[in-house]
Design a protein around this ligand. Structure first.
Ligand code: FAD
Length: 337
């Protein structure tokens, strides 16, 4: 039966954000194709994990629940996933473009002898293109992804591949609950029957997780600075404003390249994609590579001394002025209130 399948990642019994985003995107594709949405998840202590997954409209969930599956190792996860994919034969398979997805998806694409479109930012069904091409293909995954370092957007369809496989960037798909009470069929995978001793040749001796302390993706408020901020010292003003508002500080690539702010705070096509409730863009012109990563913010305030800065076109409010004057006034206001 035709289906869309999502590989879900889990950490400490919580389904990863990227997997929730993929489930939402997968549901939209499944609805277009008129087919079920399926998901697979492997790890330990997964009892009740379906409660986090079902609301995305998942029709069937394959659960591999065993101490042997955590932490993630390539071979056991690949063995389970390839068995399920061979048996279920989905039309489309989605992975996060995370370290796990980037490790697993190419291996599975090789096992199944299908292509893989990596690092996608937009997914759709490509029937509208098929008419243009006058070809007999239907129900193909149509993916858009940045190419050549982000200087062009590539539109990709794998004509002859089955299944159609893709990895998707974190943060680009919107999380959408389909139905809080959706009835999902749970299929328990017999892990021990599938896995062999050679799937465990890699032993994990130690695991060190480096916390960056930066969480732009989940920040409700972001104060972002651009090249117009002028210096690393001036960025301290934005840090102060962000702290007062309970938000995070981000920056444009020009600000990162100039050394005003760390690389892990870059927002945009080659940085993080964000969707905060409030995005304050100070001294940012609004190049397309920047707006690609923040245009879905609920409210955008631009502070710029150029009234014709492109970012003003997508901003809800524009403060026309020198940020060196405007930002200290904002700080003073929020300190008093
Ligand atoms: P500028 O374009 O120099 O704009 C500075 C702004 O500050 C201007 O609007 C100016 O009017 C204003 N200004 C100056 N002084 C003041 C002041 N005192 N008060 C108020 N306003 C002031 N960019 C990203 O941001 N993210 C990406 O992920 C990204 N990826 C890229 C990938 C590729 C392949 C390429 C080619 C480019 C990428 N870029 C990215 C770069 C992008 O094209 C722009 O160059 C960059 O976003 C510009 O940054 P900016 O707006 O801070 O600087």
């Amino acid at each position: 039966m035709k289906s869309v399948m999502v590989y879900c990642e889990v950490e400490n019994q919580k389904v990863a954000d990227i997997s929730q985003e993929l489930l939402s995107a997968g549901k939209r594709l499944a609805q277009k194709l008129g087919c079920p949405l399926e998901a697979m998840i492997f790890g330990s202590s997964l009892n009740g994990i379906e409660n986090q997954i079902a609301p995305f409209g998942v029709d069937r969930l394959f659960v591999g629940n065993s101490m042997r599956l955590e932490p993630y190792r390539t071979l056991p996860h690949a063995a389970l996933a390839s068995k399920i994919l061979k048996e279920e034969d989905p039309q489309i398979v989605l992975f996060g473009a995370t370290s796990v997805g980037r490790d697993l998806a190419p291996r599975l694409a090789s096992v199944l002898n299908c292509g893989l479109t990596a690092d996608c930012t937009i997914l759709d069904i490509g029937d509208h293109l098929v008419k243009k091409e006058k070809k007999e293909y239907k129900d193909l995954l149509y993916a858009i992804r940045p190419a050549f370092g982000g200087s062009i957007m590539a539109n990709i369809i794998n004509w002859d591949m089955h299944p159609q496989m893709a990895t998707v960037r974190e943060g680009v798909m919107k999380k959408e609950i389909f139905d809080e009470h959706y009835a999902t069929e749970i299929v328990e995978v017999d892990v021990n029957a599938v896995l062999k001793e050679e799937d465990f040749v890699v032993k994990i001796i130690d695991r060190q997780i480096k916390e960056s302390g930066v969480n732009l993706k989940d920040a409700p408020i972001i104060v972002a600075g651009g090249y117009g901020v002028g210096s690393r010292e001036n960025f301290d003003l934005l840090v102060e404003l962000a702290q007062l508002l309970g938000g995070e500080v981000g920056g444009s690539r020009a600000a990162v390249d100039a050394g005003f702010i760390e690389h892990n705070r870059q927002i945009g096509q080659t940085g993080t994609t964000v969707r905060p409730k409030l995005y304050i863009a100070a001294g940012i012109s609004g190049a397309i590579q920047h707006t690609a990563g923040m245009q879905d913010a609920s409210m955008i305030i631009s502070i710029n001394n150029d009234p014709d800065a492109p970012i003003n076109k997508i901003a809800d409010y524009v403060i026309h002025g020198d940020l060196g004057v405007v930002v200290p006034k904002m700080i003073k206001f929020y300190k008093q209130n």
